[in-house]
Design a protein around this ligand. Structure first.
Ligand SMILES: [Zn+2]
Length: 405
């Protein structure tokens, strides 16, 4: 009892000292009495922050906007920058727009060399003549002929009687021309693509079934991007984790009066995956469940034909290094590397998250990650699978030789 009293007195002394040291002592040094009280479970009013349990206070200095507050971390920890991937990588989510020309491919391959990306899979939904032009640009240079492969697109306009037959014929022609898979099926499929009668084309529409079966028959993986981060479908208020991004980019807002709900799209997508167990689907962006790996875990466990890809969700992988590490270990045979937007200077952030155990470092874009990243330290055997072995396994038309064992 006596010692408890001493502890209480000590704590009070420390508290009052802290209050004075922080310059907040205008109303005396006891620390009590300052701030505006709130009830348990309430949040502080706007413009204030909780300084003690259930006590809110406004800063004496004018607060900066979220754009201008850029604190420099004082944390001193080991730093391991990783400029090039430890093993040759396949970027399964390539968008080299503009570079699949006779001149462009050389620029592209030089950039890939500097990162140890041995192969880019172009996921630009190409078909017909456009695909043929891209293939001949790649084949036209010794430097690029083994470094780029191309996915075919599916045209989802006018889905109705006779559509599937035509789409399959086109897909077969595209494979004959050099395509190695299908994709990236874009988010418009589900969000906005319409059928001829004006209704929304649902992702699990039965009229599409024959094309998915054809992909299985032709051994083409289907790379598909469905919806967008769940916060894009939510009210844009100050609790929305992506407020700044949504304020910057109007085309990322999906208000419920104009778009299907996130969960509607997820349900249709999962129906599609379940309905075609012989077709290999690669859910881009970790299916937008990198923020809920438990959910993705359940999907992967239930659907052996489902693979996933890490493009543009590094901010979620790197903020939960222990859970992400365990997920990558568990699903090491079904995760593919992909980058999405082609910015060579951004790839090293991926290498650093996957290969190191570094703590608390910056992501490459502030507007969609108000937090730091941590390395998940994957073992070499898993790095090889994620970087290239899994892509080779599900894409038999990729060049299969010359890769490290
Ligand atoms: Zn993409």
């Amino acid at each position: 009892m006596r010692s408890a009293l001493v502890v209480t007195a000590l704590a009070a002394a420390v508290l009052s000292h802290t209050a004075v040291a922080q310059g907040g002592g205008r109303q005396g040094g006891r620390g009590g009495g300052r701030g505006t009280p709130i009830a348990a479970g309430e949040s502080c009013p706007p413009g204030t922050t909780e300084i003690r349990p259930r006590s809110c206070m406004a800063p004496e200095l004018a607060p900066p906007s979220i754009l201008d507050y850029r604190p420099h971390s004082t944390l001193v920890v080991p730093v391991h920058m990783v400029k090039t991937a430890k093993y040759p990588a396949i970027d399964f989510h390539g968008h080299p727009q503009g570079l699949l020309t006779p001149d462009g491919v050389v620029t592209l391959v030089n950039a890939l060399d500097s990162l140890n990306v041995r192969m880019m899979v172009s996921a630009d939904n190409m078909s017909g003549e456009r695909l043929q032009r891209a293939v001949s640009a790649v084949r036209g240079s010794d430097k690029s002929k083994d470094r780029v492969r191309i996915l075919a697109g599916i045209n989802f306009q006018n889905v109705g009687p006779g559509w599937a037959e035509k789409a399959i014929k086109q897909l077969e022609a595209d494979v004959a021309a050099g395509a190695v898979g299908v994709g990236e099926i874009g988010k418009g499929f589900g969000l906005s693509t319409k059928k001829p009668d004006g209704s929304r084309l649902k992702i699990d529409d039965p009229e599409l079934d024959p094309i998915w079966e054809a992909c299985a028959r032709l051994k083409l993986p289907v790379f598909i991007h469905t919806a967008d981060p769940q916060e894009f479908f939510k009210p844009i208020d100050y609790n929305n984790e992506r407020w700044l991004e949504l304020a910057l980019f109007g085309d990322r807002r999906y208000p419920s009066d104009r778009f299907p709900a996130f969960e509607t799209l997820m349900t249709e997508r999962d129906n599609l995956f379940r309905k075609h167990p012989k077709t290999i689907f690669v859910a881009a962006h970790m299916g937008w469940h990198a923020n809920d790996l438990g959910r993705l875990d359940k999907m992967m466990a239930a659907m052996p034909n489902l693979y996933t890809e890490v493009g543009a969700v590094l901010y979620d992988i790197g903020r939960q290094p222990r859970a992400a590490h365990d997920f990558f270990i568990k699903y090491q045979d079904r995760i593919l590397f992909g980058k999405d937007s082609f910015q060579p200077e951004e790839y090293p952030y991926y290498w650093r998250v996957f290969e190191t155990n570094d703590d608390y470092f910056d992501y490459y874009r502030n507007y969609h990650a108000f937090w730091k990243l941590y390395g998940i330290g994957l073992p070499d055997s898993v790095l090889k699978k994620v970087y290239y072995q899994n892509a080779l396994k599900i894409t038999p038309l990729l060049p299969q030789t010359g890769w490290p064992k």
